[in-house]
Design a binder for this molecule. Structure first.
Ligand SMILES: C[S@@+](CC[C@H](N)C(=O)[O-])C[C@H]1O[C@@H](n2cnc3c(N)ncnc32)[C@H](O)[C@@H]1O
Length: 251
């Protein structure tokens, strides 16, 4: 156990991204035509974030920070990516070279967050690796300025409930939905652990952290975002991602 009472650093969700074959498989999946991130996840994140101009942004589990480069191009005031995997953080450093963005190698669970200095904390598909959401939310809240916002995506609880081997999904069994905890999945050639929480848990944890929930979204597909009609039809069957936007009350 570490000092936050969660799983040791060496077993946290960022370790998979330090496995060479896993990282290669992950990056290659992200570049497929009609990949789920670009067709389903990123558009909703952009809608929830709105205009990033002038915002001081912290991105938890930033991956290769390509999103950070885009936000900087759109004139955010600052961008800091926190990334737990060394290999990913090096990719992120390369992506942000020559920009004002910075990358920090560290875990969301125990990094020393800046106090009341962020306008926007975002996290894309990383919080479902965290065991104690409440502990991380408390840190996020402290890092937000009054009126600042948290916007994040996670794998949908319908998916994390069962975590069958990934592949082309045409139907899905939801099981043990109310038994929260880590589930194992065969994913990209590795055995990966993701934390299953109910939708109600995400919602209540945000409220309990003192945040005002502003939006709850799901990855409802939009036809124009897909090259393939079949891929679009398939994505109408099973929700992959869940999104929240919540704000720290103004003083
Ligand atoms: C699915 S990837 C998403 C990357 C990026 N946010 C994106 O959407 O392109 C999840 C990322 O979260 C990082 N991660 C997972 N658990 C983490 C933790 N506890 N602290 C920091 N980073 C973590 C992983 O190393 C990985 O880069």
């Amino acid at each position: 156990m570490d000092r936050t009472g969660g799983i040791p650093i060496s077993e946290r969700g960022h370790r998979y991204y330090d496995e060479e074959d896993f990282l290669k498989a992950y990056l290659s999946r992200r570049s497929l035509v009609d990949n789920a991130n670009d067709t389903l996840e990123k558009p909703v994140m952009l809608e929830l974030i709105g205009n990033p101009e002038g915002l001081r942004i912290l991105d938890l589990g930033c991956g290769d920070a390509r999103f950070g480069a885009e936000l900087l191009e759109r004139n955010c005031a600052s961008y800091t990516g926190l990334e737990g995997s060394k290999a990913m953080s090096e990719l992120a450093r390369r992506t942000l070279a020559g920009t004002a963005g910075t990358v920090i190698l560290g875990s969301m669970e125990d990094w020393s967050y800046p106090q009341a200095s962020c306008d926007l904390v975002l996290s894309r598909l990383a919080l479902h690796y965290v065991e104690h959401l409440e502990a991380v939310l408390a840190r996020i809240v402290q890092s937000l300025k009054p009126g600042g916002r948290l916007v994040f995506s996670v794998e949908h609880p319908v998916i994390t409930s069962t975590l069958q081997p990934s592949g082309t999904r045409t139907d899905w069994t939801v099981d043990r939905y109310f038994d929260e905890g880590f589930r194992e999945q065969q994913w990209l050639g590795s055995t990966v652990k993701k934390m299953h929480r109910t939708l109600e848990h995400y919602f209540s944890a945000l409220q309990a952290a003192g945040l005002q929930v502003e939006s709850l979204r799901e990855s409802n597909p939009v036809r124009e975002r897909f090259h393939s009609a079949d891929a679009y039809e398939r994505r109408r069957r099973i929700p992959l991602f869940l999104f929240f936007s919540a704000s720290r009350p103004s003083l």
